[in-house]
Design a protein around this ligand. Sequence first.
Ligand SMILES: Cc1ncc(COP(=O)(O)O)c(C=O)c1O
Length: 392
Amino acid sequence: MYDFDELVERRGTNCFKWDDVKDGDLLPMWVADMDFKSPPAVIEALEARARHGVFGYSGCWNTWYQVLLDWMKKRYGWEARREWIDNSPGVVASLSMLVRAYTHPGDQVIIQTPVYSPFYSVVRSNGCQLIRNPLIMEDGKYRMDLDSLRPRITSRTRAIILCSPHNPGGRVWSSDELKKLGEFCLERDIVMISDEIHCDLIFPEYRHNVLAALSPELEQNSAIVNAPSKTFNIAGIQAASTIIPNEKLRNAYRHVLNNSGIDIPNVFAVTAMEAAYTHGEAWLEELMIYVQANYRLVRSFIQERIPQIKVMESEGTFLVWLDCRDLGMDDHELETFFREQARLILSPGHIFGEEGRGFQRMNIGCPRSLVQEALLRLESAMKRMQSKGWGQ
Ligand SMILES: Cc1ncc(COP(=O)(O)O)c(C=O)c1O
């Protein structure tokens, strides 16, 4: 019913992904937004709000809270409460404020790497130390490594930032994995900050578990950060929220939020979020079928025609993690190969941390014809490289 094949020209719209790439011949598949139009209901709501013509200070009223509560309950079985929620201009802003609220400079915060790069900066910029706990790759998927985490905890370990689902690995953590991590953190008094921005972007056979919904104890030890921005492709509108059930944790966060001066929502963010959660579900369901078909195409094409690259097993998100280590290139050579030879801009794996070296992240949230074009470019680049004697 929705046309995800439509090619929408994004150049010339102040678009980070396309306009930042000066060479028009390069195909950008990096920044994590999609090239699809948002659901029609979101566009119509924004048009109507724009036509109103008065854009003074806005607020979040009952409908805004209610649509989020309804979404959480319907899709994830979590009965959150209105008073637990705060609006935020973005997930990264919230992560940074949460770290500030729960730590003192010199404290330690855990991240499981490789992971979305701002996880590093929100810890460091708040004067804290990182405990990097690498994920283990097993059967083409990541899993958490609690055994190696145990000895790294000290009396100054205060918090963990969890990426759930995982960017860049595409894992949708199981309730069992999350509960084990949750128990580990509860025993050691480590607050859990759960970035669930990708939670709606799940392939049909998987289920996302909201961390706080797993037990009353975890509910009291977690801050859930969520947004409709990836889901409905409205990242540029900057709408996000935090849901913090524990009063003490919530008040600590609110103190930082109120001091930041960014607690007043953008008028279009309120409009877009209400429309997306109220009317966007059918669109989202079709979207994920489309994205999964893109993923399957990438996987089968690369398996058959570019077997030197391994495609990570993915359970959701529109991001594909490509293991290019068998190409034997260093970071610079790999980037040059993708850019100069394949004429593609992907996200280099090393920005996600040491463990990302030799990987590239490909954004497949785009019309299939672009995915096909990218795969053909990559295959030709490989053939050219082989014809020059590579790999012999
Ligand atoms: C895991 C994760 N968190 C947060 C963000 C960005 O969120 P925001 O734009 O709301 O700051 C991204 C974007 O790629 C992401 O992948």
